[in-house]
Design a protein around this ligand. Structure first.
Ligand code: NAD
Ligand code: ZN
Length: 353
């Protein structure tokens, strides 16, 4: 679990006060990894509490994090800092938060980040790391994983050292999020709750969090009419609860299939999940119907035919990635999932998208 969290509009301004006690010495900087969407608008960056040799590294969120990108960032931080950093502070969406977690881990663990993709492979405690989401939905701010695309697979570094030491939840930071992105990333949260609540791994703990996230998403995306600030606050809470729910259970079919899309086509997580979920009536009938109502209500146009021109070998790459995610399928359909989830079935599904 994340041991420390502050929540509130404007709480970003407490950041200096929160991190200063964690400064090891003046040669051990805090490194702020910041989504480069904030580069032009100096408002947020002018509020970042820099001191001594602290510095900001702007990172593009155009592509999802890669293991090679993590390794390059770690190397550049090591060669440009006099001492190992006091902390890594990620400010952005799931892309930047995951990068911040992975960089913090790799500053204290040898080798390449791809060596740690999997479950409980990290040996040493990470550098102190702080997560500050600027868009709500992924639950990356609270989760025990950092999802990376490596040379062989798209898979998280899942470990007890992955979660942030401190999180700052300031809904005001989500002010500039474009509407489509608000929908896609918010739906990631909705889908987290659906996959957790309908999974075989469900337990009282994950159920409680999942129901809270599910209810909040319905309130925000279906009922409408919520004042904008309240909707921002609630979506940030939904994201947290959705993340907590899957931390104690697992995601399911939409995630397994969308990992294939993202591995081969670079489709981003939020929109990829939406494209897949739209065709999952067989697995989540009631919630796919709800999802279609939300799509219509917010006038979202999902891309179509994204797999129609793919070759047989490309389709097989995606199918292999999806089938490689055993725990997700086991959660979704049970221990005997291999009997029903066949390459043929996945091919048919991909061709519908
Ligand atoms: P993102 O971080 O990729 O950002 C999406 C877009 O929104 C980017 O263009 C970004 O610049 C922009 N943006 C972010 N905040 C903004 C703001 N306040 N104003 C204007 N624009 C803003 O999106 P995401 O959906 O949050 O994250 C997706 C990533 O999260 C994927 O890499 C996925 O694998 C990962 N993820 C991780 C977990 C986990 O548990 N670790 C869970 C789900 C998803
Ligand atoms: Zn997700």
């Amino acid at each position: 679990m994340v041991p420390r969290v502050v929540f509130g509009r404007g709480s970003f301004d407490q950041l200096g006060e929160l991190i200063e006690p964690k400064r090891l010495n003046i040669n051990a900087p805090f490194i702020f990894l910041v989504d480069d969407v904030f580069k032009l608008d100096g408002e947020l960056t002018s509020r970042i509490p820099l001191a001594y040799n602290d510095r900001i590294i702007y990172v593009s969120a155009e592509e999802e994090p890669k293991t090679s990108q993590v390794d390059e960032l770690v190397e550049s931080i090591i060669v440009t800092s006099k001492e190992r950093p006091s902390g890594i502070i990620g400010i952005g969406g799931g892309t930047i938060l995951d990068l911040a977690k992975a960089v913090a881990i790799m500053l204290t663990n040898n080798g390449k980040s791809e060596d740690y993709q999997g479950w409980d492979l990290v040996k040493n405690k990470a550098v102190y790391h702080v997560g500050i989401p600027t868009i709500s939905g992924t639950g990356s701010e609270v989760s025990r994983t950092t999802v990376l695309t490596g040379p062989k697979r798209k898979l998280g570094i899942n470990s007890d050292y992955t979660p942030f030491d401190q999180v700052v939840l300031d809904p005001e930071l989500t002010n500039g999020v474009p509407k489509d992105q608000w929908f896609y990333t918010g739906m990631d949260c909705f889908i987290h709750s659906v996959e957790s609540l309908n999974g075989t791994y469900l337990n009282a703990f994950s159920k409680t969090y999942g129901e809270m996230a599910y209810g909040l998403c319905k309130e925000i995306y279906l009922n409408g009419g919520l004042p904008a600030k309240e909707a921002q606050d609630k979506l940030m809470m939904a994201s947290w609860h959705g993340g907590m729910s899957i931390a104690y259970s697992q995601v399911g079919v939409a995630h397994a299939v969308s990992y294939g899309l993202s591995y081969l086509l670079g489709t981003k997580h939020g929109i990829g999940n939406c494209i897949v979920f739209n065709h999952l009536e067989e697995f989540y009938p009631k919630d796919v119907a709800l999802f279609k109502t939300m799509i219509a209500k917010h006038d979202i146009q999902l891309p179509k035919g994204i797999c129609s021109d793919l070759s047989e070998s490309d389709l097989n790459i995606m199918i292999d990635v999806a089938l490689g995610l055993g725990p997700l399928w086991e959660n979704a359909v049970g221990k005997n999932w291999k009997k029903t989830i066949t390459p043929k079935k996945l091919k048919e599904l991909y061709l519908k998208m």
